[in-house]
Design a protein around this ligand. Structure first.
Ligand code: ATP
Ligand code: MG
Length: 405
């Protein structure tokens, strides 16, 4: 077998030329063997961090106490980590002790799942000490060693495991399922930021609904913030996550499928960044009104075409709108957007200055009302976007206002 990680080859060569062992390991080997896109190529080596830093010109000691040095090589960054073992996890987060090891075997033993414990040497040969390739064939996720012990060491592995089930469409091994079911409460010890990261990847996985079912079946879902009352009966396992294209759309579908409409408490408990709060909040708002709603030029302009299309995808995923017509509905939104004479308030041909001049009045609350009214008229095409037409409209508008007050 050839060595497929061409760009990383020089790093392995340099380490081996200097008498060290070096392998590509973890996610890159797994994804390569599964024919999936590879993001990061991590390297494991017998060299110690100081030796790694001496051998390479550009390095960053990103986790030196754990043996990790980032090596920047031909424009890419590789995490190069010394063979290590871990022991004692009293805080359920960090190992009490990290020891550098001289053998690859010890390093592979500390890894979570058999499919993540594969290494590849410079000739392309796979080192598979725990049956990872067999598990790949059987599409099965198993821990390295005793499931219960490995989960008790680091409960995040449960969320990682269910995330891999979602991403790879694998099934969870029997011992693992049992261990998760017995130990799910340990997830409370894990920081919400790390759980959120896994959940985010889980929802993007090809088998997301199977993974959500597994969250219920193992009990893991009940210890996640704001989900202790989640009900498997209410949850729509039929959500079609595959039509959704952004994190916000997937989260909105997940919350909606659990009957969670008011997401602010959830967003706070999960420490969501402001941008996700905003995006999910807006999607759920439209979702709540969808039944009485249809897109026209003004509503597409108000929402913006991206949000409008995201709403259509969300409704399709939730089964409220037809899957077959999604492309046409997206196309219709694009057409409505294209037909808007202006794309934002900045493009209005008249500014506040002109309105003030024509009005003969001082600026006041009337001005923002006038601009909002004008914007509507221009978007719907009732008033042309040029000064003459706007002035005529404004005179009429002003007259009507005077009549009203
Ligand atoms: P991804 O594709 O999301 O990056 P990954 O498996 O590469 O998945 P990383 O978090 O990048 O995940 O970790 C790299 C490797 O480190 C894993 O493949 C695994 O061997 C090991 N690893 C990561 N997290 C844990 C953990 N909590 N317990 C044990 N081993 C872990
Ligand atoms: Mg990785």
């Amino acid at each position: 077998m050839n060595f497929p990680f061409e760009k990383a080859a020089a790093i392995l060569d340099k380490l081996t030329e200097n008498g060290f062992e070096a392998y590509v390991v973890g996610g890159a080997v797994r994804d390569y063997l599964l024919g999936r896109p590879v993001h990061d190529v991590d390297i494991t080596t017998s060299a110690h961090p100081d030796e790694i830093m001496t051998l390479f010109k550009r390095t960053i000691p990103i986790g030196i106490q754990h043996g990790t040095v980032a090596v920047i090589y031909s424009g890419r960054t590789y995490e190069v980590t010394t063979f290590r073992s871990e022991s004692g996890y009293d805080d359920f987060r960090h190992p009490n002790q990290v020891s550098f090891e001289s053998s690859l075997e010890k390093d592979l033993m500390r890894r979570d799942f058999t499919i993540n414990a594969l290494a590849m040497d410079r000739t392309g040969q796979i080192i598979d000490l725990f049956g990872g390739q067999d598990d790949m064939k059987k599409k099965r996720l198993r821990t390295v060693g005793c499931a219960e012990e490995r989960i008790a060491e680091d409960p995040l592995r449960m969320m990682r495991g269910i995330r891999f089930v979602a991403e790879l469409d694998f099934s969870l091994g029997e011992a693992e399922r049992l261990a998760f079911s017995k130990n799910f409460a340990l997830l409370k010890k894990i920081s919400i930021e790390r759980i959120d990261q896994e959940m985010n990847k889980l929802l993007a996985g090809a088998a997301a609904t199977d993974a959500i079912r597994l969250l219920f079946d193992t009990g893991c879902i009940y210890v996640l913030p704001c989900l202790n009352h989640a009900s498997a009966d209410q949850c729509l396992f039929s959500v079609r996550f595959s039509v959704l294209i952004s994190d916000a759309e997937r989260w909105a579908a997940f919350l909606e499928s659990l009957g969670i409409r008011y997401m602010f408490g959830f967003a706070q408990a999960w420490k969501w960044p402001a941008s996700r709060r905003k995006d999910v909040g807006r999607l759920l708002e439209y979702d709540g009104n969808y039944a009485q709603f249809s897109w026209d030029r003004l509503s597409v302009y108000d929402a913006g075409p991206e949000l409008a299309k995201a709403v259509e995808r969300l409704e399709t995923a939730l089964g409220k709108a037809e899957t077959d017509c999604l492309k046409q509905r997206e196309q219709r939104i694009d057409n409505l957007w294209r037909s808007c004479p202006v794309k934002s308030r900045r493009e209005l041909a008249a500014t506040g200055h002109e309105l003030i001049k024509w009005s003969g009045q001082k600026p006041g609350p009337w001005l923002s009302e006038a601009i909002a009214a004008l914007e509507k008229k221009i978007v719907t095409g009732e008033v042309p976007n040029e000064l003459g037409g706007i002035e005529s409209w404004f005179r009429v508008w002003q007259g009507e206002q005077k009549k009203q007050y």
